[in-house]
Design a protein. Sequence first.
Length: 154
Amino acid sequence: MQAPFSLRSNRFWATLYRAGILDHIVDASQGMDAADRAHIIARGVGLTSLVRRATARADELTPAELVAGAHDLERRVAVAPPRVVAILGITAYRIAFGVKDAVPGEQPARIADVPIWVVPNPSGLNAHATAAGLATAYRAAAIAAGIEVLPEPQ
């Protein structure tokens, strides 16, 4: 079964663990196993993509793809609204939603009355985002979503 952020070099799964969202680091390199999928759902986390194709780098996505993905996300959120929508990457958010001066964190805009949070992209290419900074940002979005975060691992 395919899984998002399946490259071991991507910090996504380690960030969810360090933020207290998951109780272990998911190894998605061979796909998502049923136990990990069940744990993610039980913790109240849903995953989707703005653009439905895999890329090695965010800059491989065109502005048109990001805008179309934002419209698709808006339709999906209207049908099944989560408590919070977290978008990975400020540049992707700015392009997709046409908010040129957006900053990371909670946004003033909403999707179907659902708060939007922009968190740093966990890619290793986003070198200025530290592991601690990623965890702090993701943890804040999780708390806003009502997820009971776990203690930070030692």
